[in-house]
Design a protein around this ligand. Structure first.
Ligand code: BGC
Length: 494
């Protein structure tokens, strides 16, 4: 691909990835607001926890339905819907008058970020040439971590400027309301971008519009007419000609599903079960237990968010060079070691005023281990899981399979987030050991089950799927294998 077209596909991917920014922004903006909300509405701890976590359930629902709706409407229309829902969720949360309507608006925001998380990886991988696909799909994670960083920073700046999240700020509105209202900006930007982004060529072919798909591919990749036609032909062959994608296509011999769908579901669950969001959602209490003051603990969280951004850049450089599997294996090893160190450190904690405190040298050990954990995640499971989900499934089932796997990711996130407070009160060494166990299990799972997808054209992904379906006695695409060598080369050349 020449420079002009490379720039074009990068810009399109960045535009789509703004959905990831909304995802990261929404999951973190609540951090700065929640204490003031709790005071203003006089909430119990349980109701506060509910208001925080309910958006994760909304996200699971949004992810589940995002795929099927995009199959019908196209991916870019769902992006527009994401923008509209997020706009409604942000304005509604900002003007909430009780915990209950705030929870309802958070569900609406959750629906939108869930749908975005299921659509963006598929869209980017469907619009990218195979050689750049890892880097471009990793932009989703880049956008997520930037969203987390901007939300935390903005919470910090607004709190500093007004004197507290509960203090009145512009137009007599409390500061926490402005935090939510800030979500209007990315929502409007995303809606406007969605109107300009080209539809995914794979989606167009699957909806019978091959001419438009040829047009999009020529515009985005700048390939010759004949190369583009060969590629569109191979996409068409890889999609069942006789039916629209449906849940029936996911059926197979392993507990009712084709094994490749299980692989997606399990990696999506592992990404959360290693406990990454315990750091992002509850880090303030972690930093205090290693000896930081309350003020510095909040700065430490911003520093962690910056580390996350920087290491994601490293991952983007590595993903198409080293491949997906090596990164995941390195990440799982690093996470296992650092989580074991955290578990050991917390066996030495004493409880002072209800908070754990670590004596020397265990405070610094836990601090280094927690950061090593974030680095190990950010270079591997953070971006690579989204990349893999976007590219590991064949065209026929991608929308549905990514939706299911992503919904499982959100449910696992919910499970970890709501259980952490109780588990940590019971035993922090046990809690971190449990996350370490999942990190080790993820290592073994990747080693034995996760395929390498680096440089492989999307149309080739149907080979394994077809074998698995045949083994389970289910029918596969009526037409011949869509992954012909020539079409494969056409895409890989990208
Ligand atoms: C995960 C999020 C997490 C973020 C942290 C994402 O890949 O899905 O749950 O908060 O990474 O960087």
């Amino acid at each position: 691909m020449d420079r002009r077209h490379t720039t074009r596909v990068v810009l399109i991917s960045i535009g789509a990835a703004v959905g990831g920014f909304i995802f990261g922004f929404d999951s973190s903006v609540i951090n700065g607001a929640i204490n003031a909300v709790t005071d203003q509405f006089a909430l119990s701890a349980a109701v506060t926890g509910f208001v925080v976590a309910i958006s994760l359930l909304g996200a699971a629902v949004g992810a589940w339905f995002g795929g099927p709706v995009a199959n019908k409407w196209g991916r870019t229309r769902v992006m527009l819907l994401v923008g509209i829902l997020f706009l409604a969720g942000s304005v509604g949360s900002a003007f909430a008058f009780s915990a209950w309507d705030l929870a309802a608006w958070r569900v609406i925001g959750g629906l939108s970020i869930g749908a975005a998380s299921a659509i963006v990886p598929s869209y980017i991988s469907e619009i990218s040439p195979a050689k750049l696909r890892g880097r471009l799909t990793s932009l989703q994670q880049m956008a997520i971590v930037l969203g987390i960083f901007v939300a935390l920073l903005m919470d910090d700046v607004l709190t500093g400027a007004s004197g507290g999240a509960g203090a009145e700020f512009w137009w007599g509105l409390e500061t926490w309301r402005w935090m939510f209202l800030a979500g209007v900006v990315p929502a409007v930007v995303y809606g406007a971008l969605a109107l300009r982004l080209p539809e995914s060529p794979r989606m167009l072919v699957s909806n019978g519009d091959s001419d438009k798909a040829i047009e999009v591919l020529k515009h985005v990749h700048g390939r010759s007419e004949s190369e583009t036609k060969t590629l569109v032909d191979s996409i068409r062959k890889s999609i069942r000609s006789d039916s629209k994608p449906s849940f029936k296509d996911l059926r197979g011999g392993t507990l009712g599903l084709v094994p490749i769908v299980w692989v997606g579901v399990i990696i999506a669950a592992f990404q959360q079960l290693v406990g990454i969001n315990v750091i992002f959602y509850y880090s303030n209490s972690l930093w205090r237990s290693v000896g930081f003051s309350a003020d510095f603990a909040s700065n430490a969280s911003v520093i962690t968010a910056i580390t996350n951004v920087v290491i994601t850049v490293v991952a983007i450089f590595l993903i198409d060079k080293l491949g997906r599997r090596p990164l995941l294996l390195i990440g799982s090893s690093g996470m296992t070691i650092s989580l074991v160190l955290m578990a050991i450190s917390f066996t030495q904690a004493s409880i002072v005023n209800g908070q754990p405190e670590l004596p020397e040298p265990w405070g610094p050990v836990a601090l280094v281990a927690a950061n090593a954990f974030v680095v190990s995640f950010a270079v591997s499971w953070g971006p690579v899981m989204w990349t893999l989900l976007g590219e590991m499934f064949p065209n026929q089932i991608r929308g549905l399979a990514v939706g299911i796997a992503t919904a499982v990711n959100w449910l696992a996130n919910f499970a970890v987030t709501v259980t952490f407070p109780a588990l940590s009160q019971m035993s922090l060494p046990f809690t971190y050991s449990m996350y370490a166990f999942f990190a080790l299990a993820s290592l073994v799972f990747v080693f034995f089950k996760v395929p390498e997808t680096k440089n492989i054209p999307l149309e080739k992904m149907s080979d394994r799927y077809k074998r698995e379906r045949r083994k389970a006695g289910k029918s596969t695409s009526g037409s011949s294998d869509g992954s012909s060598g020539s079409s494969g080369k056409a895409e890989a050349r990208g």
